[in-house]
Design a binder for this molecule. Structure first.
Ligand code: SF4
Length: 320
């Protein structure tokens, strides 16, 4: 709702899982139910208006939604509101309104910082719109979030890495990384069916997203999401590209594979790998993929938990 463009990859009714904008009573019902479920934990949670471009929907409706949320914010309620929107739908006037309505975080759909990629995917904005929006949002003291895509039409490794470095340079606090999914009824679907667009393979997407996770983690950017949310509707309309319900875990397993591989350095033998118990499943890999891949090289791994270790830290001991 409210989108001035139709981006090449987007069928927003499919992505949001609903073709209906919520009514105010529906919003209140959702918030009542969520508050009941979360109790005191709600203080550390936010109300999110996502899907579509929140600041571009009809102003009266936007204000009604924000007003409906107000009684649910505060000591006995939620910690604030987060919204998602487009970079060219942000200005000082709207930011003043949002800040006065307890909005604490704004995520902008960047997708790419390459103007050719943006143009060819019908985004209707440029990289300089992102730069302006990021500066404005930061100047209002709001948490700044980026949503980027991997593997759009005309995208490549260079444009993806450029987008990531711009996200760091512009001081984003959070990022969501979405590998491209080709959905029925979109421009990408048409290009794909004509043979003009080939989305990345899941292996290539995992490789580049593993790099991005390490990069953003080292730059202290909170990675909120990697991969599309699981949804029956996306599954129904998915034609090609990347849609895996545990995509982030695949990427993190790849990171552990690389860490272990660089320490063992292809020397066959029996090893014990220690990692934090919360990370063990990623160290092992889905369907034991890491363990099996090493085993195929004559490297046998025993995985043990060691909770003194942090994320992406391992201790490797060779059995003699
Ligand atoms: S701006 Fe966002 S919601 Fe609107 S068409 Fe593009 S991707 Fe979809």
């Amino acid at each position: 709702m409210g989108c001035p463009h139709l981006c090449s990859f987007c069928n927003q009714n499919i992505i949001s899982g609903s073709s209906l904008a919520p009514t105010i009573p529906q919003v209140k019902t959702i918030l009542d139910e969520s508050l009941n479920t979360l109790g005191e934990r709600a203080r550390n949670a936010q109300i999110a208006f996502f899907g579509g471009s929140f600041t571009a929907i009809p102003r009266d409706y936007m204000i009604e939604l924000l007003s409906a949320a107000q009684p649910y914010i505060g000591d006995d309620g939620f910690g604030g509101i987060r919204i998602s929107t487009r970079p060219d739908c942000i200005d000082e006037e709207i930011l003043t309104l949002l800040k006065n309505s307890n909005v604490t975080a704004i995520e902008i759909g960047i997708q790419s910082m390459d103007d050719d990629v943006l143009l060819l995917n019908d985004r209707g904005h440029t990289g300089s719109d992102v730069v302006n929006a990021a500066h404005l949002i930061s100047s209002f003291g709001l948490e700044l979030g980026a949503q980027m895509m991997i593997g759009l039409y005309a995208d490549n490794e260079h444009t993806i890495r450029h987008t990531a470095s711009e996200i760091v340079r512009l001081g984003f606090d959070t990022v969501r990384i979405y590998p491209v999914a080709v959905l029925k009824g979109t421009k990408l679907a048409m290009l794909y069916n004509n043979g003009q667009f080939i989305p990345p393979t899941i292996e290539a997407a995992v490789d580049i997203c593993a790099d991005l996770i390490v990069y953003f983690t080292n730059k202290n950017i909170d990675i909120i999401r990697v991969g599309l949310h699981a949804s029956d509707v996306v599954e129904k309309d998915f034609i090609a590209g990347i849609y895996h319900p545990a995509f982030r875990e695949l990427c993190e397993s790849k990171i552990y594979y690389r860490i272990i591989d660089s320490e063992i350095n292809s020397k066959a033998g029996n090893y014990t790998v220690q990692a934090n118990s919360r990370e063990i499943s990623k160290v092992i890999g889905q369907n034991k993929s890491n363990v099996r891949n090493f085993s195929a090289q004559g490297i046998n791994l025993k995985i043990k938990s060691n909770d003194s270790l942090g994320k992406y830290q391992v201790v490797i001991l060779k059995e003699v």
